[in-house]
Design a protein around this ligand. Structure first.
Ligand code: ATP
Length: 236
C-alpha cells in the first residue's frame, strides 16, 4: 500500500536546479534509499518532502493527501519526521532535555520504553550533555527524537555519515526494526553498498535526476547499476 507519492518534484536554489522532476514512492512498511554521489540532489529532495524547503514544482501526497508546501510542524503532526543530516541535536542540553524538546502532544512521552529498548545506551546517558556523546550515540538520539513523534514516514538524511562500522550496524539495525514495526523510511545514503544492504528499494540520483530505480535484490545483480554507481565512484 502506497504511503508517500512524489511526482515531478523540482527544487531550485536561485538559478541552480538541484532536483529535476523527481518521481518517488514509498509504500507502508518499506525502506527506500536515495543514493548517489555528492551534489546529486538527495538532501534537497528529502528536505522538500519533509517541508523544510519549498519545492519549485511538483506534488507530494501522503496517504492521498496533498502535503506539499506545508510547514514542517504541520507535517510532523501528519506523521512525517525528519532526521536531518548532521543530526541537529542540542549539544548543550542533556539527552533527557533533547528528548523532552522533541515531544508532541498526544504522541510518545520522552521516556517511552520503546525508545530505550531500541537504543539502551540513551537511558544510561540521560543526564549527559548531548554534545559529549559519540557520533553514533548522537545519531541514535536524533532517531529517538524523531520516534517520539510516532511517525508513519521517517526521513533520515545520511545516518551512516562519519560513523564506525559498529555504529552503522546499530543504527541500520534500529531502522530495520522500525520498518518491521510498520514505519516507512526514506533514507539518504551515499554508499551504494550500504544502501543495497539496508533498502527494500533504491533510487539512484545523479545531477538532480533519478537515473535508475529498482528493488535492492535486483539492482545488486544488475551490471548497469554497478556501472551507474560503482563505475566512476568504485573507490567509495
Ligand atoms: P551531499 O551528499 O553532498 O549532501 P546531495 O546529493 O544531498 O549531496 P544536495 O545537497 O541536495 O545533494 O545538493 C544538490 C545541488 O544543490 C548541488 O549542486 C549543491 O551544490 C546545490 N545546493 C545545495 N544546497 C544549496 C544551497 N543552500 N544554495 C545553493 N546551492 C545549493
Amino acid at each position: 500500500m502506497n504511503l508517500l507519492s512524489v511526482k515531478g518534484l523540482s527544487v531550485r536554489y536561485g538559478p541552480i536546479i538541484a532536483v529535476r522532476h523527481l518521481d518517488l514512492d514509498v509504500d507502508v512498511g518499506e525502506i527506500v534509499c536515495l543514493v548517489g554521489p555528492n551534489g546529486a540532489g538527495k538532501s534537497s529532495s528529502t528536505l522538500a518532502i519533509a517541508g523544510a524547503l519549498l519545492p519549485s514544482a511538483g506534488t507530494i501526497h501522503l496517504d492521498g493527501k496533498d502535503i506539499a508546501r506545508q510547514p514542517a510542524e504541520r507535517l510532523a503532526m501528519a506523521g512525517v519526521s525528519l532526521v536531518p543530516e548532521g543530526r541537529r541535536i542540542f549539544g548543550r542540553m542533556t539527552v533527557q532535555d533533547n528528548l523532552i524538546a522533541a515531544c508532541l502532544p498526544g504522541r510518545r512521552p520522552f521516556d517511552d520504553p520503546e525508545i530505550f529498548s531500541l537504543f539502551p545506551i540513551l537511558r544510561e546517558r540521560m543526564g549527559q550533555f548531548a554534545g559529549l556523546l559519540s557520533g553514533g550515540e548522537q545519531q541514535q538520539l536524533a532517531i529517538a527524537r524523531a520516534m517520539l513523534r510516532k511517525p508513519r514516514l521517517m526521513i533520515v538524511d545520511e545516518p551512516s555519515l562519519g560513523l564506525s562500522p559498529r555504529f552503522v550496524d546499530i543504527v541500520f539495525g534500529a531502522l530495520r526494526q522500525l520498518r518491521n514495526q510498520g514505519v516507512s523510511l526514506l533514507v539518504v545514503e551515499q554508499s551504494a553498498r550500504r544502501a543495497l544492504g539496508l533498502a527494500d528499494r533504491i533510487y539512484l540520483m545523479r545531477s538532480g535526476e533519478v537515473v535508475m530505480t529498482g528493488r535492492s535484490g535486483s539492482l545488486a545483480q544488475d551490471p548497469e547499476f554497478e556501472a551507474a554507481y560503482f563505475g566512476k565512484e568504485a573507490a567509495r
